[in-house]
Design a protein around this ligand. Structure first.
Ligand SMILES: NC(=O)c1ccc[n+]([C@@H]2O[C@H](COP(=O)([O-])OP(=O)(O)OC[C@H]3O[C@@H](n4cnc5c(N)ncnc54)[C@H](OP(=O)(O)O)[C@@H]3O)[C@@H](O)[C@H]2O)c1
Length: 291
């Protein structure tokens, strides 16, 4: 089963892979974006691009109309358009779920490993609220929870490394974190979109190992031929930023508070039930990406 699939967030890191994979297997894919220019790399047969914002009921309903499956790969943690986790990850997803319900479509919701009502991270609380809204609805749905995307963190470390080749880490960087490749997550999303047997289930996917940010930073530096140690913005400085400039600049405040949480809370992930169940999923390591 492929049919007609609406991908909200289809222009993003994960969404781009999901859209391409679904189109390659013959699905009619519609990409919803606030700015169609951000979808220019997706021009292909079977791919339609429509303008829409999950914070806007009318454009969301129009984008979802006639779909068999709605994939939500949006987030409001950071990015253009004054997005927030409350307006996108909670309320925007609820708008998508209501539109899917009206259209008689299934939903595949991207969430995070660790989503919980009492999480220290606002994003994780808002993802949990969307999961709860989905559970309270009658919409046939699959929730995919992923750990942190390797490619995003490698990019961030590369970008901050500069000429000294010393990536900048927010916090002490010693806490083990599970990272997963976006390629592996996209393969799972492609699978669940086309597999109605996964409806009613929450699937958690992580990567092959837990790494401290200090380890990942050294790997990034080594991949650029340098044996350099990362630089750090210590937790005390992060707390000061959160309490001062972070109040004036909400996105920065969010990033700093999330960094403090990632530096201290359990971010490991040992569950491999999904990989045992879907043996065809790739298992991409940090070394594979850096090679
Ligand atoms: N990154 C991670 O480490 C990670 C880990 C676990 C789970 N996830 C989840 O995986 C999904 C994809 O993440 P990603 O890192 O691939 O995202 P990304 O590259 O940052 O892309 C974000 C996407 O969200 C869309 N978006 C944001 N606000 C929107 C709005 N108001 N209306 C419509 N679209 C909106 C953007 O579309 P336009 O800008 O084109 O409108 C863009 O396509 C998200 O649900 C995220 O929470 C990510």
């Amino acid at each position: 089963m492929t049919g007609r699939v609406l991908v909200a967030g289809g222009t993003g890191r994960l969404g781009t892979l999901v859209v391409s994979a679904l189109a390659a297997r013959g699905a009619k894919v519609r990409v919803m974006t606030r700015n169609p220019r951000r979808a220019s790399h997706l021009a292909a047969e079977h791919i339609e691009v429509v303008r829409g914002d999950v914070r806007d009921t009318a454009s969301t309903a129009a984008a979802v109309a006639d779909s068999d499956v709605v994939v939500s790969a949006v987030h409001g943690f950071a990015g253009p358009g004054r997005v927030t986790p409350a307006s996108v990850d909670r309320d925007g997803n609820i708008t998508l779920i209501e539109a899917a319900s009206a259209a008689g479509a299934d939903v595949v919701l991207m969430s995070v490993v660790g989503a919980a009502a009492d999480s220290p991270m606002e994003l994780f609380r808002m993802k949990y609220a969307a999961e709860a809204a989905l559970a309270a609805s009658t919409v046939p749905a699959t929730i995919v929870r992923a750990t942190a995307f390797l490619e995003l963190w490698i990019d961030l470390l590369r970008r901050t490394a500069g000429r000294s080749n010393r990536p900048l880490i927010f916090g002490h960087g010693q806490n083990p974190i599970n990272f997963v490749s976006v390629r592996d997550v996209a393969a799972l999303v492609e699978r669940v979109v086309t597999d109605p047997a996964t409806r009613g289930q929450t699937l958690e996917i992580g990567g092959p190992h837990d790494l401290a940010l200090n380890q990942l930073a050294r790997m990034v530096a080594a991949s650029r031929g340098a044996a350099t140690a990362p630089r750090h913005l210590p937790p005390a400085a992060l707390r000061t930023i959160a309490a001062t400039i972070g109040r004036l600049r909400p996105e920065l405040g969010r990033q700093v508070r999330a960094a403090l949480a990632m530096d201290n809370h359990n971010m490991t992930h040992y569950q491999d039930a999904v990989r045992a169940r879907f043996a065809e999923l790739p298992c991409t390591s940090a070394e594979d990406i850096l090679r």
